[in-house]
Design a protein. Sequence first.
Length: 333
Amino acid sequence: MTQAKYVETKANGLFSGVYFMGRWVPKTIDNQSVMYTTNLGASLLMMTKNTNRLKLKFLNTTPTSKFQPEIAIFIDDQPELRLKVNEVHSELQFETKKPHLIRITFAGNSDADEVWLHQQGLAISSISVPTSGNLIAVKPAGRTIAFVGDSITAGCWVLKRIPSSGYAAEQNYAAQTARLLNAQDIRIAYSAAGLLRYGTGGVPVAPRFVKYIDFETPAPAYHPNQVIVNIGTNDRRFEALLVQEQFLNFFKELHALFPDAHLNVLVPFNQSFAKELKQLADRFPQLIYLIETSAWPITYTDGVHPDLNGSKIIAQNLSQVLLQHYGKSYFDV
């Protein structure tokens, strides 16, 4: 399952031949029609044919930011190109006109970016090929997984303790798990957020942000097969029984939001609220499938955020748990 497989699909945004994986919405920003997201890990996928050029145009939504947002570009699943959004060239060039698989991921930003109130997420206003070429939308061939969480799930601080360039939403545990399972990756996660604690950039608590991508824009409707929740790390200041009650309410909300999905809950990697989550799993076995994480030999950038090696360890363990619980044939669709 380590070799990614893609299938042709319909374009689902403003641009023909492009598949937007994750929480993207059409918006008008600075009088331009764009596809917009506030979620690290959101991606564009496509296949180019009969061309050696791909034209791209992103808006500079954070012109005064010291740490500019970054994207990761994968061509034919080879090692990535990391680029600051305000430095992306208007055209990507390939060596030949043979078909190329292109994956572009919102890889990093800064906690100071006002993604909730001031449209400082990622906005793409144009993507196309010359008239002699073709763009074909593609997507991962397997299941769809929604990853719900905080900075760890978003992909913050994977590489180093520097905003944006130290993030790696395209390589964190969620991204790697989705690729191991050949699944679509729907990332719903924001830095510093929790069940009771607000995130950075004006982001509200999880029960709100799972339904919206900013203060006024409802999230697009998705129908994931699996939901993986990793939240609670940022709620440690709150009383345990209060957080336990919020967990239960949140799990019920997720079931209502994604009624056809299996709900899997990770014990936070620092084991916050492990006892309370185990109690809930014992009381409501039909509500959640709890995944223990205490034995995973995770390595960290800073004691809290898994580094690149730790992300790989988590992805390997998590994918194995899911394969054992649901069956390999379940994911081999």
